[in-house]
Structure formats: structure tokens, C-alpha cells
Unconditional design. Structure first.
Length: 178
């Protein structure tokens, strides 16, 4: 991140090579459309060049910062898309025969599967309420107020569950060597 702050464009490329598959998985879980998810990951790496100076190592790992950035961009895109109405892509695929889902390289698929496996393992160590809150927030793209309303609990409770869950998740991933 320090190299990016100094303007080293190769550092952004290295970061991309290391984390793009993981971030694409996050964006896909939120958006469920590969083209939109790829756009969000692209936007995230453009923003990394602009906001690298805001990264604070003491607050979390680089990957956690990138996941949060990608998640927020994904949620914003999903909300914009939902507001303006989304063209039913299944009709487009049916009528034109065009498919937008492209398989990644075998290497990327293995890397992505490995990261997903690590994340699932770490999530499984969390208490069920914390795990549920994080899954609804990160993978379903729900905001904390939406989760609080859905579960009929105070917003502060959801925020506390998320904070404790994120801390426990970070500790579990660090204990595993990530």
C-alpha cells in the first residue's frame, strides 16, 4: 500500500493479481451478475490508487480493506440497479443466445476456491448470530438497518454482532496464517 501511495503502478497490478479472484467472489455474491461484479472489481482497483493513503494497517489487513471497499461498491451498484429497474437478463439470453458467464482460468478458480474454503472455515467458528449477521451483510448485500428490521432487533445489536464477528473472523484468519 505504501508503494501505491508513492505512485508505483506495478504495486496496484501485484495487488490485483493477488486479490482480484477473491474480490470477484465477494462482488458476485452481492450482485449475482458477472459483468456487474467485474465492473465493481475494476472500480475498486481504480479507487485503490486514489485512496491507498487512507489504509491503516492497525485497523485490519489489506485484503479486509479491499473486501470492504468492494462490498460497499457492490451494494451501491446493486441499489442503483434495483432503483432504475433491471433488464431481465434471462430474456436477453433466451432471445439472443448470449451468455455473459465466462469461466476463469484454472489457476484463478483454484485460488478462489482456496480463499472461499478459508473464509467458510473461519466463518464456521463464529457464533451463529454473528455469522448470520456477517453473511447477510457481506454476501447478501443487506445494510445493518435492513438486517435489524428483518430480524426484529435493535440496530445497535446488529452493529455489535458485526463488530464482534469481524474481530473474531480476523483473529481466526490470522491464526490460520492469513
Amino acid at each position: 500500500m505504501a508503494r501505491i501511495v508513492r505512485g508505483d503502478s506495478t504495486a496496484v497490478a501485484l495487488l490485483y493479481d493477488r486479490y482480484a479472484a477473491t474480490l470477484l467472489g465477494v462482488a458476485l455474491r452481492i450482485l449475482r451478475e458477472r459483468a456487474d461484479a467485474e465492473d465493481v472489481v475494476h472500480d475498486a482497483f481504480v479507487i485503490v490508487g486514489e485512496r491507498a493513503g487512507y489504509y491503516v494497517a492497525e485497523r485490519g489487513s489489506v485484503v479486509a480493506w479491499l473486501v470492504t471497499l468492494t462490498r460497499n461498491l457492490g451494494i451501491d451498484r446493486k441499489r442503483r440497479r434495483d432503483r432504475r429497474g433491471n433488464l431481465d437478463r434471462t430474456v436477453l439470453v433466451h432471445e439472443t443466445g448470449l451468455h455473459t458467464d465466462h469461466a476463469g482460468t484454472p489457476e484463478a478458480q483454484v485460488l478462489d476456491a482456496s480463499e472461499c474454503s478459508r473464509m467458510r472455515k473461519a466463518l464456521s467458528t463464529l457464533p451463529s448470530q454473528q455469522r448470520s449477521t456477517l453473511e447477510l451483510s457481506f454476501f447478501s448485500g443487506l445494510s445493518y438497518p435492513e438486517i435489524a428490521e428483518m430480524e426484529n432487533v435493535p440496530l445497535g445489536t446488529i452493529k455489535s454482532r458485526a463488530a464482534r464477528g469481524l474481530l473474531a473472523l480476523r483473529n481466526a484468519l490470522e491464526a490460520e496464517g492469513g
